[in-house]
Every structure is written in C-alpha cells, then in structure tokens.
Design a protein around this ligand. Sequence first.
Ligand SMILES: [Zn+2]
Length: 320
Amino acid sequence: MKKKSMKFGIDIGHNSPPDTGARGIKFEDQLTSDLGNRIIIKLRDLNHQVIECKPQKSRSITDSLQTRCNIANANKVDLYVSIHFNAFNSLANGTEVFAISSTGRQFGQTVLDEITKLGFFRRGLKNGSHLYVLKKTIMPALLVECCFCDARKDMRIYDPEAMANAIVKGLTGKLPGENEPVIYIPDEEDNPNKNVLRLQRALNRMKFTGQDGKLLVEDGIIDTQTKIAVENFQKVTAIQQTGIVTNITWAAINQILSKRILRRNHAGGVAVRYVQYRLGADNDGIYGPQTEELVKGFQQQNSLAVDGIVGSITWTQLIG
Ligand SMILES: [Zn+2]
C-alpha cells in the first residue's frame, strides 16, 4: 500500500479568508498552518513530493474548498490529507479522522493510531461522505481533526512537533532522521568518530559554540564544549536538552542545513526557531511579523534583496 515515494496533497485547513477556522483556546488557523508546514517539511525530508493545496484567498468558503480539490486533482496527488482542529463545547476532546475510500481509511487508521499514542482520546475513524474535500477529490483522501482547539484537556497536551511526527509516521511509516546514527556523548572520550566529526562541522556551520564562545575543534572527539554546543542547539530547537544526539536532534540539524525557503505565514518549526535564534527574535517557531522584520533587517545589513523571505542567498549568509 505504501509506495516508496508518494505525492501528497497537503491541505492546510482554512487560512483562506473568508474561509477561516474555529476559535477556541487557540485559533484553528494558526494551529493548522504551523502543523501543516511541519508536516510538509517532514514529508519532503523523507523524499516525498508535496503539493500544497491551500489557496491564499477565496471568494467564498465553497470556492476555497473547491480550489483545494482542483489543485490536488490537477496535480494527480496520490493521497490528499486535510488538516483541521475541532471545536465544540470546550469539553468534547480527542481525535477523529474522516475518509471515504478504503485506501483513505487505511491511511486514516494508521494516522489515528499514531495520534492517539500521544494521549488524545480516540473518537474514531469516521465516514466522511458529507465532507466537501473528501467528496470532490478524485484520489484517496482523509481529513484529520487532530484534536479540539477549544478543549483545555487537548490544548494542555498538544505539541505541534509531536503531532506532526505522529501524522507523518501514520502516513509513511517513518520519521525523518530515523536511520541516523545515535551519538551518546560522555564527558570524556578519546576515540575519534566520523559521526562526531560531522556533528562538530554542522554545529560550527550553524554557529553553535561551546561555553567559551569559540568554534568547536573539529577533531571527531567528544568533549565538554561539543556537549555544551549540542545542548544549546537542543534548547533553540525545542528538543529536550539531553546532550545526547539521537535521531530527533539529527533530524533538526538536517532540516536546518537543507535550507528550505521560509516566508511569513508559510513556515514553522525547527528552521524558523533557528533563524529566530540567529536574529534575536522570540523563539516561538512561528514566522510572524516580528521574525519577518528581523529578516529584513538582516538582509539590509548584509546588502541582500530585502524581501523578508529566507531563500538560498539569505541562508548562505546565515550558515554558509
Ligand atoms: Zn476546520
């Protein structure tokens, strides 16, 4: 059922006025935009193709929904995945996934399994034959109501990175960086190791230093300074600060070094956190107006075109 490389149509729910999402403790528009962008980055990291289906603006809600379907249909995506958050009475909580076709249901099942492992109540896999985007797309499709944005119970445990990982795992059976080497960093070690060397090079490129503020010595030997730089990196990218380089840390390193284009309202997650750290913005992982202003300032200082988009030239200026 799962092909090696798939073409996904990712539909970030709403975010296309007048098609706007539910308002709960958090806004559905912000949640779906942040989560959807993380999913897109992760799928591409796993060498899948992604077509983004959300239109910028719409004439009406029906227009918004039909355009999403048109984009998916025209691009002949293999699987259409619509990302939403529920809202009801602030007490209802949990995850539900809608699908119609049997393939859609199979993917829906694995996505639901992964999300409920995070602790969300399993509302179930449901028949989505009343849902516009499931009816009007011509390929297997599913719509994920990740959890309830108006339920305190759900919002307390909601973590966008964990949710993105769960959905990507449900769709592909894999997580980015899963096959990367694990490096356990003891305090002292005198055995040069090429993975450690790669790690030190990456940290230097991204300008994560040890305690002394100097670049790390690239010798493949784990030392206190390398460990401190790893912990700094983990702090910035919102990974648990263990000083141990597992697949999660490698995935974050690879995501930054892959230099994906970042622009306002179209990016979230690790790479945005990293840019925010470099530019001194609030480290929230959301590419909002403040981050955009700082990117423009950085571009101006470095005599680059001032467009507020972190493209390849701006990336080169940041990490070489
Ligand atoms: Zn919605």
